[in-house]
Design a protein around this ligand. Structure first.
Ligand code: ADP
Ligand code: MG
Length: 690
């Protein structure tokens, strides 16, 4: 059966197809794997007298009053009455013809969210339908799905498209094979795929909507299982393809390595020695390394990267080192320069912001074979030609999806030769999830902190005691130490975050006379950021006010005090990262978590965990436990993997089944496995190209 293209649906032209394509929807079947985010119950009419704020309800009544109210902006206000009560419908955006439509006496059916207004209950911008005469209008017999919104693609269009797709599905006109192994289906008593999709897209009125919205309904779990399985199979396939390539062999250069270790102001910890050996062993093989170094904040991962890079350099190969932010990449440039320039190796800097003559110079040096190149991830994507790339190091990689892995792989490949890859992360992933998140990678763990580190003392304080906190900052800085003051925002906007941080910096400036206060946020120019970080490093700035841009990796050992404002807004993983900015030297450090009272239950528990432990793994386990159903949809919290349906935390119970199921499928029916990968990960041409 030929798969139907999305343009085979009525009403889907090239323009719409392009929008859908951007969502990964190219075939009609893809549409069915794009699931509703919530449902509206339009199967029954609520008496207006019985509704309450927060409900999303279908109402029916007669318009008792309709007028354009001239406030700051004209507003259309309509009062609906059904014999049991009245509700006000408000339209801030409306056309004049709507006033005619919604004239007094009209019978109306409308749907929307009830809220408490100044004068009783109201609904803002309800969707509505005028009813003709007194004839009863049929009600929906299924719940109405709401799909994730996309610009220029309204709810009606989604309904129209999915209606068609479901009709095709019922007629058996879509190729939707059952790809899960029969044994698994029986074991878990899973419903057939077609039935599952039909149910998710058009659930009956009595379906468990709460479970559906949480994506915890058995029908969604079934899809999550498929997706996790596909992900695992995809990772394994990548690994196999990669194993088939050859990599540069890099034998030891004892003298140079000893000289480097001698030049360090510290000795490696036992854990670092072990991990260095594991990395070196990989580099000595002709199979591409794919190793993840996992070590908590401050465990000393950078020196592992340097040792690997040195091995490549000594063997005449180039190393590319990338970090997720300019700030981090610059810090690496600094550290690597400090360590390697004395050995006669000068790293090349290349970020997206290096332009003009500087850029062409850098590109020239890279194509001439400069041994070490440092920059942001963009470094590997902008047509940069290496002469002999042998090793790619990625610091603080947060995502481990097939896509990210694929990108990395493509970066390091020339012909059938593949550069070694080293990925470093401090994102603690609970052991239960690691198998899936890291599928197909070798993992080294630095499970020991450098000696002399003292645990960071953590206190939780209400905003109302801000005076005490600033006094503490003043004292620490008077004692020759330095501090961070982190402003957190719910908004994702760089601009708003920057403005808020600016305000806080100004305020602190007035409160803390005699201290030099620096301000750093995502909107500053690279050079400016660098200048401020340098000043903070050398101690010329006492207090650094920052947005969460300093979250990962920043290393200033003399900073011993971390203040986090509105800490209740952050998840455990982020709090742990931020706190990891202090306690990096031998001085005693503390972290102050300020909150805006009253503290909710979950936030209180998070604070308590932060007070009790500094063990990243334990924190990650707790994070998983605590992520209540309300939070599970926010994958941003862990930021580990972006799935379409599955969520590592919510679907943790499924994970244990995945490895065995994947093995079974691979053995019994590799073609089926490939189809499953294609269904969920799409674009297999990329796989083929590896
Ligand atoms: P992270 O693992 O968070 O990237 P870094 O590599 O930035 O940690 O190391 C944190 C700090 O610890 C740095 O100042 C680094 O020089 C120092 N460090 C690393 N290894 C050791 C060690 N074995 N002994 C003492 N200090 C070390
Ligand atoms: Mg680091």
């Amino acid at each position: 059966m030929q798969p139907l293209a999305i343009t085979d649906l009525q009403g889907v032209g090239p323009k719409l197809a392009e929008k859908l394509g951007a969502l990964g929807i190219c075939q009609v079947t893809d549409l069915l794997f794009h699931l509703p985010i919530r449902y509206e119950d339009r199967t029954r009419i609520h008496p207006i007298g019985g509704i309450s704020p927060g409900q999303r309800v279908l109402l029916e009544g007669r318009i008792e009053h309709s007028a354009i109210v001239r406030a700051r902006r004209p507003m259309l206000v309509v009062v609906l009455f059904d014999g049991t009560g009245r509700v006000t419908l408000r339209f801030f955006h409306f056309r004049y013809y709507q006033q005619q439509q919604l004239a007094k006496g009209t019978r109306l059916r409308c749907f929307g969210e009830v809220r408490a207004g100044f004068k009783g209950l109201e609904i803002i911008h309800p969707s509505y339908k005028r009813l003709a005469g007194d004839r009863p209008e049929p009600l929906a017999d299924r719940l109405t799905p709401v799909y994730p919104s996309t610009e220029g693609l309204g709810p009606k269009q989604w309904l129209k498209m999915t209606d068609q797709a479901l009709a095709l599905l019922q007629r058996g006109a879509l190729e939707l094979e059952e790809l899960l192994p029969r044994k698994l289906l029986e074991q878990l008593r899973l419903k057939p795929l077609a039935e599952t999709l039909q149910f998710i897209h058009r659930p009956p009125a009595d379906a468990d909507v709460t479970a559906l919205v949480m994506r915890a309904h058995p029908s969604q779990k079934r899809l999550a299982l498929e997706e996790l399985l596909a992900h695992n199979l995809g990772m394994q396939k990548l690994r196999r393809l990669q194993r088939a390539l050859s990599a540069p062999v890099m034998p030891p250069c004892a003298a140079a390595e000893a000289a480097f270790l001698d030049s360090l102001p510290f000795a490696l910890t036992g854990a670092q020695q072990r991990v260095a050996q594991e990395i070196h062993k990989d580099l000595e093989s002709d199979k591409p390394m794919l190793r993840l170094v996992h070590g908590d904040v401050g465990s000393g991962k950078t020196v592992m990267a340097a040792m690997a890079a040195l091995r490549a350099t000594d063997n005449g190969y180039q190393t590319a080192i990338t970090a997720p932010t300019e700030l981090l990449a610059e810090q690496h440039l600094q550290t690597f320069s400090d360590w390697l320039v004395p050995l006669g190796i000068e790293p090349v800097w290349l970020s997206g912001k290096v332009t003009g003559k500087k850029r062409s110079e850098a590109l020239q040096r890279i194509s001439d074979g400069a041994p070490i190149v440092i920059g942001t991830h963009a470094l590997m994507q902008k047509g940069v030609e290496f002469q002999r790339l042998g090793l790619v190091i990625v610091d603080e990689q947060h995502r481990f999806g097939v896509d990210q892995r694929m990108d990395l792989l493509e970066k390091g490949k020339t012909g059938d030769r593949q550069a070694h890859q080293l990925i470093m992360t401090a994102t603690p992933i609970p052991r239960t999830l690691a198998m899936t998140a890291y599928a197909g990678m070798d993992v080294s763990v630095i499970d020991e902190l450098p000696p002399g580190r003292q645990p960071v003392q953590t206190v939780v304080i209400s905003n109302q005691r801000r005076g005490e906190v600033t006094a503490r900052v003043a004292k620490a800085c008077a004692d020759g130490q330095q501090a961070y003051w982190v402003c957190t925002l719910v908004e994702e906007s760089d601009l708003i975050a920057a403005q808020a941080a600016e305000e806080v910096a100004g305020q602190l400036h007035n409160e803390l006379h005699g201290l030099t206060i620096g301000l750093i946020h995502g909107r500053l120019k690279t050079a400016e950021k660098q200048r401020i970080m340098d000043k903070f490093k050398t101690g010329a700035i006492h207090l650094l006010v920052a947005t969460t841009v300093i979250e990962v990796g920043v290393d200033v050992p003399n900073a011993t005090l971390m203040i986090i404002e509105n800490a209740e807004r952050l998840g455990l993983a982020q709090l742990h990262q931020l706190r990891g900015r202090v306690g990096r030297g031998s001085g005693k450090s503390s972290c102050v978590l300020m909150y805006n009272p009253p503290l909710g239950d979950l936030a209180r528990q998070r604070m308590e965990i932060m007070r009790q432990t500094s063990d990243g793994f334990l924190i990650a386990e707790k994070d998983l436990e605590l992520r209540g159903p309300g939070e599970v949809l926010g994958t941003r919290q862990t930021g580990m993997l972006a799935f379409r349906v599955a969520d590592l935390a919510r679907d943790a119970d499924l994970l244990k089944r995945i490895p065995a199921a994947a093995d079974a499928l691979m053995q019994q029916d590799p073609d089926q496995a490939d189809k499953l990968i294609r269904r969920w990960l799409g674009d297999t041409t990329r796989f083929a190209g590896v």
